[in-house]
Write a protein of this length. Structure first.
Length: 307
């Protein structure tokens, strides 16, 4: 009964506190626009630190205050390395999983996401995303390509540190979307996937081609796995739950990372498309193994890292 009473209060408390913090950061961002004509790099760094401040606070609430148990496996990636990053998409919690690694590798300030164009019109939150240089898209490649190239050009011009993150499935996995994706796979003779949707490759291929031979030299392939004590595998907490109480031992979180050199990826677009699909086949197999048994018997072993 106490939990029922206190959870709405906690939601209101955290929501109000984060909104207030976000409002203060927006004021800083607005003033940062005065810097932009004189130093694009300083403007970028100011807004990177603003974004990082918000994400660090949210990550600390999840991991330190609410005791999220996050484990890691796969390749141990270096500190302060720019990269293109992608991961499977289950819920809003996936952003915390990206940030769990970025925070430990000095890159949480430099996360850049693809986001729906309509989000930039949301007061405070959307405005801040626009100023900090998020990649807004309409999911129409002909319309998006010009805006994306313009933003990438700004990053390359100042050699800015960056993680450009995307969810190649294009949408969060739900039973209905998985069924539709599987029907599409069967109709096209593609590999059958049970734990992820078939990736949309066109945008990622454009990213790879744009950043070949630049300071962005790597691709990170993230796989996120969730476990709930009673509901079982594949059940993450929602945003409200993340911020309203202790997460461990009710939930477990796991991040598997594979690191690839950008120059080693196929240059032929058809072969690069096949490479991406193969990564999702591997991702699906990894999640299937985790589903059968949440175990440390996986490639590289499972480890925990303190932040």
């Amino acid at each position: 009964m106490l939990e029922v009473v206190t959870r709405p209060a906690r939601t209101l408390l955290y929501g109000s506190a984060l909104f207030s913090f976000c409002s203060v950061l927006n004021v800083i961002q607005v003033f940062s626009l005065l810097i932009r004509p004189f130093s694009k790099r300083l403007f970028y760094e100011v807004n990177a630190r603003v974004a990082g401040s918000m994400w660090k606070v949210m990550q600390m609430i999840m991991e330190k205050r609410h005791k999220a148990q996050i484990t890691f496996s796969g390749d141990k990636i270096p500190h302060n390395e720019s990269a293109l990053v992608f991961g499977n998409h289950r819920s809003f919690t996936d952003f915390y999983m990206f940030h769990s690694v970025a925070a430990r590798r000095g890159m949480i300030n430099y996360m850049k996401y693809f986001a729906k164009d309509s989000l930039k019109y949301i007061p405070f939150y959307g405005w801040g995303m626009w100023i900090m240089g998020m990649l807004f898209i309409n999911r129409n490649w002909q319309q998006d390509q010009t805006a994306i190239n313009k933003m990438f050009g700004r990053i390359l011009e100042i050699q800015a540190p960056v993680w450009i993150a995307s969810f190649l499935e294009g949408s969060r996995l739900t039973p209905s979307k998985l069924a539709a994706s599987q029907k599409f796979m069967q109709s096209r003779g593609l590999p059958f996937l049970s734990n992820v949707l078939m990736p949309r490759t066109k945008g990622f291929i454009a990213c790879v081609n744009k950043f070949r031979g630049t300071h962005v030299k790597c691709v990170y392939d993230f796989t996120f796995a969730y476990y709930h004590r009673t509901k079982g595998f594949g059940v993450p907490p929602d945003l409200v739950r993340v911020h309203t109480g202790r997460l461990s031992p009710e939930y477990k979180f796991h991040v598997h990372v594979k690191r690839y050199q950008l120059e080693d990826l196929p240059k032929d677009e058809e072969k690069l498309n096949e490479w991406i699909i193969q990564k999702y086949v591997e991702k699906d197999a990894f999640l299937e193994k985790m589903k059968e048994s949440w175990t440390d018997d996986i490639e590289g072993g499972i480890w925990s890292e303190k932040w």
